[in-house]
Design a protein around this ligand. Structure first.
Ligand SMILES: Cc1cc2nc3c(=O)[nH]c(=O)nc-3n(C[C@H](O)[C@H](O)[C@H](O)COP(=O)(O)OP(=O)(O)OC[C@H]3O[C@@H](n4cnc5c(N)ncnc54)[C@H](O)[C@@H]3O)c2cc1C
Length: 483
């Protein structure tokens, strides 16, 4: 494309990967000696921006949710246009985008659960963690109610999402009233019958992917007692202990487990009543089980009644092997938190094994490795659903470096349509009720006002209450846009 005209950029997805990709390009070095002018539009299928920070990060993690403030500042500057409630593949095709933009970055993340292919996984009462997360975080595309009638619940997985789910299942509804959870979620959690939450990991305490902070946080909720099985730590070999002490993060996590087990043993020896971490009465127990490989979800009349596991151990080479010992747990609900999986986008080359867009250093390539000119990708859909928000920033640097290289080498095609408002006319013609930054500002204000009018369990006003009905989100946003 000619360096005399601005680069027209479309980003699909307004999660951190999309925002950082646009921002990195805006701040990038001049191309061919001249200042690089960029006209950037960020599209999202939701009326509200920020992706999984809004619809994935747990509501009781305000510090992480606060990253939204940084993204808000970027999008609020006015040099990157936000267009919400526009779905790539439904409202706009690849041809539409190619006609209006020189370069397109796909940053569509991941929203679905990875599979856990074991018998019984489709029984009623067996849920994907991603669906539960979407419910408690008020994702507009998910049902408003959630069945929390189970007393004994399993969470399968040993990553931070498993911890979020276990904490949300064990924490009291009123403790969460401090957060931005919608009223429907508070009502659902208040009615929950949960007494015991069991978290199962295939490997040992030293192999968990928990962060030290989130591990300690498990014991924070009022009325929750952590329960450990002494056998799980006794099984850790001397060689493993050496490895644990050699890694600070692992050591901190495992020392937390050791501390909980010691307290549990002391209490059992003294015959004292169990208490929570604040010395209060126990309402729910959170059991941590290691060395448990999921074998089958057990059921009766189509509903979950339990789960069978095989105990595991590490062999001499450090490989995980089954011991042949089967253990059954009576349960009424199972949540699998075994990872997220990225979805395929129409006409965009995709790897169905890994759930990612085929790419080399952020350049989209086809199955034969041929670069698709003008197409790029970033974030979870580029490298798989692992890594924290910060990783999408370094990721963006790689993708945008590739784009800049292509610009210098004249490898970026030129779109025929140069008028920035042409895309708005196309959306209007198609009856797509898109939302804009002004629309988000109106919705943001509305949610803050709902929070100010509502009270937490201490009688304090809340910072925000989320609107979850998509039509209401669009209506409030469009009113704010004067539409
Ligand atoms: C449950 C959970 C808890 C987490 N907690 C933390 C945490 O505490 N700290 C931390 O650092 N990280 C956390 N993460 C990780 C963090 O959320 C990710 O690293 C990050 O969100 C990935 O960014 P992304 O932009 O690639 O994807 P996303 O955040 O998923 O953004 C993708 C965006 O693309 C949009 N989109 C998708 N398809 C289309 C389409 N066809 N058309 C238009 N738009 C589309 C989506 O609506 C979404 O807004 C958590 C993740 C999960 C799942």
């Amino acid at each position: 494309m000619s360096s005399s005209q601005p680069l027209r950029l479309a980003v699909i997805g307004s999660g951190p990967a999309g925002v950082y990709a646009a921002e990195t390009l805006m701040r990038s070095a001049p191309v061919k000696g001249g200042e690089l002018q960029v006209q950037a539009d960020i599209f999202d299928r939701f009326p509200a921006p920020f992706g999984l920070i809004r619809y994935g990060v747990a509501p009781d993690h305000p510090r992480i949710k606060g990253i939204i403030t940084a993204l808000h500042r970027i999008l609020g500057r006015g040099d990157i246009r936000f267009l919400g409630d526009v779905e790539f593949g439904t409202d706009l095709t690849l041809d539409d985008l190619r006609a209006h933009y020189d370069a397109i970055v796909f940053a569509t993340g991941a929203l679905k659960d990875a599979d856990l292919p074991i018998p019984g996984i489709d029984l009623d009462g067996s849920f994907g963690a991603a669906d539960f997360v979407a419910w408690y975080d008020g994702n507009p595309d998910y049902p408003r109610s959630w069945d929390l009638s189970a007393r004994d619940v399993a969470v399968i997985g040993n990553g931070n999402v498993a911890l979020d789910v276990a904490r949300m299942l064990s924490k009291g509804a009123d403790e969460l009233l401090r957060t931005e959870i919608p009223a429907t979620v508070h009502e659902g959690l208040e009615a929950a019958q949960t007494t015991d939450v069991h978290v199962f990991g295939r490997r040992g305490p030293a192999q968990v992917k928990f962060s030290p902070l989130e591990t300690r946080e498990l014991a924070h909720p009022h009325g929750v007692q952590i329960v450990m099985d002494p056998r799980d730590l006794e099984q850790v070999t001397d060689a493993e202990w050496e490895a644990i002490h050699a890694d600070k993060r692992t050591d901190q996590v495992v020392q937390t487990f050791v501390g909980w087990l010691e307290q549990q043993k002391e209490r059992e020896a003294s015959g004292a009543e169990p208490v929570d971490a604040h010395g209060g009465a126990v309402r729910r127990r959170l059991h941590l089980h290691f060395w448990h490989r999921p074998v089958e979800v057990l059921g009766e009349d189509g509903r979950v009644t339990g789960m069978r596991f095989e105990r595991t151990r590490l062999d001499e080479d450090g490989a995980l092997v089954g011991t042949g010992e089967m253990v059954d747990y009576p349960l009424q609900a199972v949540y699998r938190a075994v990872g997220y999986f990225g979805s395929e986008l129409p006409e965009v080359p995709y790897d169905p094994e890994r759930g990612v867009i085929l790419n080399e250093a952020g350049r989209v390539v086809d199955a034969a490795g041929a670069v698709q000119p003008g197409l790029y990708t970033n974030g979870w859909i580029k490298r798989g659903p692992v890594g924290l928000i910060g990783a999408t920033k370094s990721d963006a640097l790689e993708t945008i470096t590739s784009l800049l290289e292509d610009l210098r080498e004249d490898r970026v095609p030129t779109a025929a349509e140069r008028d920035p408002d042409a895309i708005l006319r196309l959306l209007d013609e198609r009856g797509v009720e898109y939302t804009t930054w002004d629309g988000w500002m109106a919705l943001d204000e509305h949610e803050k006002a709902l929070g100010a009018a509502s009270r937490d369990a201490d009688g304090e006003p809340r910072a925000r209450v989320k609107v979850v009905d998509r039509e209401e989100m669009v209506r409030i946003s469009r009113e704010g846009m004067g539409r």
